[in-house]
Design a protein around this ligand. Structure first.
Ligand code: AGP
Length: 629
């Protein structure tokens, strides 16, 4: 999704904003831009493609020490990823410019109304409509305040503003709020105007926006890395709140009442190093290789002797059923956990794709717990599903990786995965940490129901996993390289799994698709003979998971069925087992093989994508957090 940063302070703002946008690149984008005030004149510079293009343009045209600026990386929703659609967008009269993340769903209706008033539009974006809507509201207020509306950027216009900046600030805030009340949909929006040359306004509705508090400098941004070198003190805005920042301070207000809102200041525990590559070629490789530590960190504070402690949930009743709702990789983690929640906690589990669930008019059960899983905590469909259930009075639990994210703040309780910042667009360590939390949840509810189950044994396995994975990763990486180079010819891949391996197969296929752009399908091994096997040929290989469990024999038969149709197979199996296949990939023995198989498949997709020269950390068309429907 789009990246946003705004700055008021004592430093040259333009280079700081550019650096901040670079730290938001992982969110996915296809154009970029920034705005600043040069002697109260509004300057805007935008470019298509990567930030390096914007940097070149800034170097050519903007030799500025302006202490106030806003910037944006755009992930196209309305209009092609070309310069005219890049943000910031300014109003016709030049009285303001905005950057925006989200979608204004009624933008066409608003655009028609503004066009009827004589406004013209130079882009295909909903954001330009919003910019002119705010300017129109401001004009109305200025006239009402008996102020003339000066020609854009005329000396009188600016002089007048400088003579009475506070009055303009009050009117600008009113216009900002009035326009946003008319806009339906989702927005994180930041405004810069020569009328209020010391201030930036910013507001949010269903899209992430937070504020950084420095010393004599303040930031607004989509995510913490944008300003982390300057401050770790952060305020998370809630929906329908707006903030006014200047070098001298800030105030958070309610968009409807304009009353000040007291907000908690959070201190971000991790530093930029946590969001840096640490010498790895890609963020994704770093995040795969740090999974032993992630396993360790995810367990911190949650094990006491042989029992699981999840105090966040102690006040909630043990549910009669659980509804897991998520998207993408998080959905795959949820699907995987169904097995363990039903085995260890004897709680029936339904797993739903959020975008399907929220419009299906679902029938929920009495005493059902809604469990939403979201790494970013900002995925629109997952958030929409959470809100739907919360409005119906159901208890909701979020499993998130981002402190203070919307899901984390709107759920009844939140279990943080404590995986640290996941910068690569493709989710890796986040899923592994989600699986740890979900397994702990199964054990936790089993304990609360005082059921007998091999908890101590499973906990022992879980505690040993970081060391087992740490030891296995170097060999895994070599194997991944070997098979990736050998199978780079494939035009399609089946990923086959059964039992707890089935959801992993779905995830393995998703990773290969989103990283190498090779088509891949995750399938239940037992389903192959019901049709898909018709596709098998030497250019359509399979990646089969054969865990040392009750399904091993059947999985082996399934692999033989594929091989007998000239299908090539990479079989991933555990030490001590064997099957007749050329390409065998052994992982160590453990009762929780999924926690080793997942990194292996992640590495396979990573090495394939890197070998094929793909943009590993920012695959085409993908965004880190899909905050639009
Ligand atoms: C993961 O590799 C994908 N990029 C994507 O499927 C992601 O898992 C999905 O968009 C859900 O994101 P969330 O966990 O932040 O809600």
């Amino acid at each position: 999704m789009c990246g946003i940063i705004g700055y008021c302070g004592h430093r040259p703002a333009v280079p700081l904003v550019l650096e901040g946008l670079k730290r938001l690149e992982y969110r996915g984008y296809d154009s970029a831009g920034l705005a600043f005030l040069q002697v109260s004149r509004l300057e805007i510079i935008r470019s298509e493609g990567k930030l390096s293009n914007l940097e070149e343009k800034v170097a050519e045209t903007a030799n500025t020490f302006a202490p106030i600026s806003i910037g944006h990386t755009r992930w196209a929703t309305h209009g092609l990823p070309v310069e005219k659609n890049a943000h910031p967008h300014k109003s016709n009269n030049g009285s303001l410019a905005i950057v925006h993340n989200g979608i204004i769903e009624n933008f066409q209706e608003l655009k028609d109304e503004l066009a009827a008033k004589g406004y013209v539009f130079y882009s295909e974006t909903d954001t330009e409509v919003l910019a002119n809507l705010i300017a129109d509201e401001l004009d109305i207020l200025l006239v009402q305040a008996h102020q003339k509306t000066f020609a854009q950027n005329s000396p009188e216009y600016v002089q007048n503003a400088q003579n009475s900046p506070l009055q303009y600030l009050e009117l600008a805030e009113k216009a900002f709020a009035s326009a946003l009340k008319k806009a339906h949909g989702a927005y994180a929006v930041v405004l810069l105007s020569p009328l209020i040359p010391q201030h930036i306004l910013a507001a949010r509705l269903s899209a992430p926006l937070l504020m950084g508090i420095g010393i004599g400098e303040y930031f607004v941004a989509s995510d913490v890395p944008a300003f982390l070198p300057y401050t770790r003190d952060v305020i998370f805005l809630d929906d329908r709140e707006y903030v006014v920042i200047s070098a001298g301070g800030y105030s958070v207000k309610n968009l409807f009442s304009a009353e000040c809102v007291q907000k908690e200041v959070h201190h971000i525990p991790w530093d930029l190093q946590g969001a840096a590559k640490d010498g790895y070629k890609h963020f994704m490789l770093k995040e795969i290789m740090e999974q032993p530590k992630v396993l360790q960190d995810c367990l911190v504070g949650r094990l006491q002797n042989d029992s699981v402690c999840l105090p966040e949930l102690d006040a909630l009743p043990v549910p009669d059923s659980i509804r897991i709702i998520a998207c993408g990789t998080s959905y795959n983690a949820g699907l995987w956990s169904q097995y363990y929640l039903e085995q260890f906690a004897k709680i029936p589990v339904t797993v739903e794709i959020a975008s399907e669930f929220r419009y299906r008019k679902p029938i929920l059960n009495k005493n059902e717990l809604i469990l939403v899983i979201s790494q970013s905590g900002e995925t629109a469909d997952t958030l929409g599903a959470l809100r739907l259930c919360r409005e119906q009075g159901y208890p909701t639990v979020g499993i998130c990786n981002v402190l203070g994210s919307s899901v984390a703040r709107e759920a009844s309780a939140c279990l943080y995965t404590q995986a640290g910042p996941e910068i690569s667009v493709a989710s890796t360590k986040a899923m592994l940490s989600q699986m740890v939390v979900l397994l702990l949840l199964a054990l936790y509810y089993g304990q609360r129901k005082q059921l007998s189950a091999p908890y101590a044994e499973i906990l022992q396995e879980l505690k040993a996993l970081p060391g087992v994975l740490e030891k296995a990763l170097p060999t895994m990486r070599e194997k991944a390289k070997h098979f990736a180079y050998q199978y780079a010819f494939a035009r399609s891949f089946f990923y086959l799994g059964r039992g707890t391996a089935y959801a992993l197969a779905l995830e393995g296929a998703l990773k290969l698709k989103e990283l190498s752009y090779i088509h891949a399908e995750g399938y239940a091994t037992g389903e192959m003979k019901h049709g898909p096997i018709a596709l098998i040929d030497p250019e359509f290989p399979s990646f089969a998971l054969a865990f040392d469990d009750e399904n091993f024999g059947k999985v082996r038969s399934g692999i033989l069925e594929v091989k007998s149709r000239q299908g090539r197979v990479i079989a991933l199996l555990q030490e001590g087992t064997s099957l007749e296949n050329d390409d065998l990939w052994y992982i160590p023995q453990t009762k929780l093989p999924e926690f080793l198989a997942l990194p292996a498949m992640q590495l396979f997709s990573y090495e394939m994508a890197d070998y094929l020269g793909k943009d590993v950390d920012q695959p085409r068309n993908l965004a880190k957090s899909v905050t639009v429907e």
